[in-house]
Design a protein around this ligand. Structure first.
Ligand code: NAD
Ligand code: UFG
Length: 339
C-alpha cells in the first residue's frame, strides 16, 4: 500500500492497534479505527491525535456487524485492512470457548464478507506465536509445525487456515499473517500503552502494577524449567517495533500475492527474572516476587527466528529491553497519576 492510502484498523483502539495507528499516520496513511471498545477506551483517540497532530476516523462497531463494517470500508475509501480485533486471554478462552470462537472466528468471517462486498483484497492479520503450540525446536521459524493448546490459540489457527483457503480460492487476495511473539512497552510519550481493566494475565503489565504499588508482589510461575535460571524464557518485542512491522507488512502487500505468515519477534529470549531486574532498573524500585507453581499450559522457552521478516519485509526489531521497560514504566506512571 502506498502513502496516502486509507487503512482500516479493526481493534484499532486496543494496545497494538493504537501504536500501529501512530506509525501509519506518521508515515502518511489515512487511518480509520473500527472498534467496539470491549477492551479499550475512547480516550485513546484523543491521545492518538495529541501524539500525531493528525485526525483519525473512528467508527464504533462490532466486527460481527457486517453491514456497518462494509459501510465503513466504502465511506472511508479503504485500500487495506489490519485485523487486530479479537479476544486474547488464554485462561478466559478455556472458560468461554464459544465467546472466543464467536468474536475471533465469526468476527473474521464477517470482516471477509464485508471486504468482499466492498472489493477489498488486502489484509494483514494479527496472529500469534501461540500457533506453534509446544516448540519442537528453537528458534521457531515459520515452517515449524502449527498446533493449538487452548481455544484462543485454536481461533488463531482456524483463522490462519481460513485465510490460506481464501487466498487459494482467489488469486487477487493479498493476505499477510503476522505472528507476534510477546509485545511489551509503550509509545515514548507515555500517552498510550497496555493497561488491562482486570488483574493482568501477562508478565509485563503485572510487573508494572507491582512497581506502582497496585499489587503487592509478582508471582513467578515456576523456577524449575530447563532454562538458565529456571524461569520461563520469552521473546519480548517492543510494541513500537511491532507497529513498524505492520507498516513494513503493508508496503510488502503491494508487491505480493497470496497468503504468507511471518514472525515478528526479536530472535532473543529473556527469562522472567531477567525481566524483573530490567524493570527494577527502569523504575528504580525493587519488584517483590514469590516463586509459585508453574502455570498450566506454559512452556519453558519460546523465541523467534526473525530472518523471514528481514528478508521479505526489510524489517527487524531495533529497540532494547531497557527501552521496553522505561516506556512501560512511563506509561504506568502517567496512567496512575491521571486515574
Ligand atoms: P487489545 O484487547 O488491547 O485490542 C483488541 C481491540 O479489539 C480492543 O480495542 C477491543 O475493544 C477490540 N475488539 C475486540 N473484539 C471486537 C469486536 N468483536 N469488534 C470490534 N472490536 C473488537 O489486544 P492487543 O494486545 O492489541 O491485541 C491485538 C491483536 O493481536 C489480537 O487479535 C490479539 O489476539 C493479537 N495478539 C496479541 C498479543 C499480545 O500479547 N498482546 C500476542 C499475539 C497476538
Ligand atoms: N509469568 C509469570 N507471572 C505472571 C505472568 C507471567 O511468571 O504473573 C511468566 C509466564 O509463566 C511466562 C512469562 O512470564 O514464562 C510470559 O508470560 P505471559 O503471560 O506474559 O506471555 P505468554 O508467553 O504466556 O503468552 C503471550 C500471550 C499469548 C501469546 C503468546 C505468544 O499472552 O496470547 O504470548 O505470542 F500467544
Amino acid at each position: 500500500m502506498q502513502k496516502g492510502n486509507n487503512i482500516l484498523l479493526t481493534g484499532g483502539a486496543g494496545y497494538i492497534g493504537s501504536h500501529t495507528a501512530v506509525v501509519l499516520a506518521d508515515a502518511g496513511y489515512g487511518v480509520t479505527l473500527y472498534d467496539n471498545f470491549s477492551n479499550s477506551s475512547r480516550s485513546v483517540i484523543q491521545n492518538l491525535q495529541t501524539i500525531t497532530g493528525q485526525r483519525f476516523n473512528l467508527v464504533e462497531g462490532d466486527v460481527r456487524d457486517t453491514a456497518t463494517l462494509e459501510r465503513a470500508l466504502r465511506e472511508h475509501d479503504i485500500e487495506a485492512v489490519i485485523h487486530f480485533a479479537g479476544l486474547k486471554a488464554v485462561g478466559e478462552s478455556v472458560e468461554k470457548p464459544v465467546e472466543y470462537f464467536d468474536n475471533n472466528v465469526v468476527g473474521t468471517v464477517s470482516l471477509l464478507k464485508a471486504m468482499h462486498c466492498a472489493g477489498i483484497r488486502n489484509l494483514v492479520f494479527s496472529s500469534s506465536a501461540t500457533v506453534y503450540g509446544q516448540p519442537h525446536y528453537l528458534p521457531i521459524d515459520e515452517s515449524h509445525p502449527t498446533s493449538a493448546t487452548n481455544p484462543y490459540g485454536r481461533t488463531k489457527l482456524h483463522i490462519e487456515e481460513l485465510l490460506a483457503d481464501l487466498a487459494r480460492s482467489d488469486s487477487s487476495q493479498r493476505i499477510l499473517c503476522l505472528r507476534y511473539f510477546n509485545p511489551v512497552g509503550a509509545h515514548e510519550s507515555g500517552l498510550i500503552g497496555e493497561d488491562p481493566n482486570d488483574i493482568p494475565n501477562n508478565l509485563m503489565p503485572y510487573i508494572a502494577r507491582v512497581a506502582s504499588g497496585r499489587l503487592p508482589h509478582l508471582n513467578v510461575f515456576g523456577d524449575d524449567y530447563d532454562t538458565p535460571d529456571g524461569t520461563g524464557v520469552r521473546d519480548y518485542i517492543h510494541v513500537m517495533d511491532l507497529a513498524d512491522g505492520h507498516l513494513a507488512g503493508l508496503m510488502h502487500l503491494q508487491k505480493s500475492t497470496g497468503w504468507q505468515a511471518i514472525n515478528l519477534g526479536t530472535g532473543k529470549g529473556f527469562s522472567v527474572l531477567e525481566m524483573v531486574r530490567a524493570f527494577e532498573q527502569a523504575c528504580g524500585r525493587p519488584i517483590p516476587y514469590q516463586i509459585t507453581d508453574r502455570r498450566a499450559g506454559d512452556i519453558a522457552t519460546c523465541y523467534a527466528k526473525a530472518d523471514k521478516a528481514w528478508q521479505h519485509l526489510g524489517w527487524r526489531a531495533e529497540r532494547t529491553l531497557e527501552e521496553m521497560c522505561t516506556s512501560a514504566w512511563r506509561f504506568t506512571q502517567r496512567a496512575v497519576s491521571s486515574a
